[in-house]
Design a protein around this ligand. Structure first.
Ligand code: PRP
Ligand code: MN
Ligand code: MG
Length: 180
């Protein structure tokens, strides 16, 4: 295991199994419907790629880049869209795919923003939900795992852009971010 990781919280196998379950559930819920899967870059990228392949049906993919953290472990609370969707979502069923809902700032902003584009429906699937840190209410339609209030990285989640490539979700050692 990587030196900066204190403990593996969710193994590669557990991630695979849960993502497959979410894919099945979403496939059943949207049977016969067209769905636009929206990846919130960059954190959601691994989850998005795996989830998309576990959904059966009529799916298109689009990407939005939205950031509130910068190089910090604290959310700034100010959400910026750095790259917008390529296509309008008016009249479409949209599923926003996120890696984690933490304070709720990013998703609160993004879901309102997408609803205002007159999508037919907008739902959220989040791999991780960390309710202890919520400051803004967000309805999570599909969630992978509820996680305790540790700084988690891997499978897309970063600290200062590092650790996204880890195949598991791990808890970052405090000394890694306290020394910065
Ligand atoms: C992280 C994470 C979520 C958001 C959740 O993204 O991927 O998008 O923060 O935090 P919140 O609920 O407190 O808003 P980040 O801004 O770090 O960008 P990234 O996805 O590129 O890492
Ligand atoms: Mn993100
Ligand atoms: Mg980040």
């Amino acid at each position: 295991m990587l030196d900066s990781i204190k403990e593996v919280l969710i193994t590669q196998e557990a991630l695979q199994e849960r993502v497959a379950e979410l894919g099945k559930q979403i496939s059943a819920d949207y049977k016969g419907e067209e769905v636009v899967l929206v990846c919130v870059l960059k954190g959601a990228v691994m989850f998005f790629a795996d989830l998309a392949r576990s959904i059966e049906g009529d799916v298109t993919l689009d990407f939005i880049s939205c950031s509130s953290y910068g190089n910090s472990t604290q959310s700034s609370g100010v959400v910026r869209i750095m790259k917008d969707l390529d296509k309008p979502v008016e009249g479409k069923h949209v599923i926003v795919v996120e890696d984690i809902v933490d304070t709720g700032n990013t998703l609160h902003y993004l879901l309102e923003n997408l609803k205002s584009r007159n999508a037919k429906s907008v739902r959220l699937v989040a791999l991780l939900n960390k309710p202890d840190r919520r400051t803004v209410e967000v309805h999570v339609d599909y969630q992978g795992f509820v996680v305790p209030d540790y700084f988690v990285v891997g499978y897309g989640l970063d600290y200062a852009e590092q650790y996204r490539n880890l195949p598991y979700i791990g808890i970052l050692k405090e000394e890694v971010y306290q020394s910065k």
